[in-house]
Design a protein around this ligand. Sequence first.
Ligand SMILES: [Zn+2]
Length: 334
Amino acid sequence: MPVEPASSGELRVGVDLGGTKIEAVVLRTGDEEPVVLARMRVATDREAGYEHIVAATAKLIADVTREAGLAELPPIGVGMPGSVTFRSADGSRSVNALVKNSNTACLNGRPFREDLRRAVGQDAIVFANDANCFALAEAEYGAARGARVVFGVILGTGVGGGVVFRDAIGARAWDGLQGIAGEWGHVVLDPSAPLPCYCGRRGCVERYLCGPAIEAAYAARAGTNLPLSDIAAARAHDPDARVVLANVVSNFGRAIGAVINVLDPDVVVLGGGVSNLALFYAEGPAAVARWTFTDELRTPIVKNALGDSAGVIGAAMLRQERSKPSLVSAAKLR
Ligand SMILES: [Zn+2]
């Protein structure tokens, strides 16, 4: 059914490219709540390879636009794990941005951004890390609504983070000079820890706070494997669960304390499966306060409000600006 866009709002397509599914929405901005005119999802099917993912994403964008009754493609935002590099595998410099650090391994080293623009037939596509999209959605429509500076945290099978600032136009995700702004998951808590990280270092925050790491810590102590929800439920009567979860709170406090010392955000909003643990909200603030440079920590640590929808909504809210002032000033410095 065709839908008339509101005169106050803009139409955008948001795409969340995950490891198991690709989701797309057509979103109308400018309302109090996110107005989703159409929503579709397909399996990522990463075994089918890189070309398949490019084609499937382009088709999904065309399909969801048609589903919303639009004759033309609106501006498009795409959120996906990882970042980009201009350095090819052989060390040479690439003209196009190449995906790196994606958990969908077949994307790594490939010029996904350019290839998707070509497949869609539109240049107005912006890309961002999925944690940045999460933070942006929560800043515009969720638990961090109206905040000037938001630190969004993803605690799931990995650990990510995103920084959002609000200016006169609205909230914007800050990706940084290298595109790694907010990547607190790879801050090292203990370089001597026997916890190798896929980034090449040891003792990264991710190796303490992601779901699989917490389950592995429990298995190492207790000698049995339990899913995270069972470990949390066993806390009252299981000394191993008690120790493991106390360490989680303590490491969370130290890692978030460091972020607050640098950024001092108005709010920290948590997302991802691990963020469902009540201990982050009950015990987290006191643990964070131990590591922050203030006598009174007022930073709210809150649960996300948008759930799984934050990824696509945040992607749709990404600003379509291609120029980066920070790069200009950095070039002058060199
Ligand atoms: Zn790491």
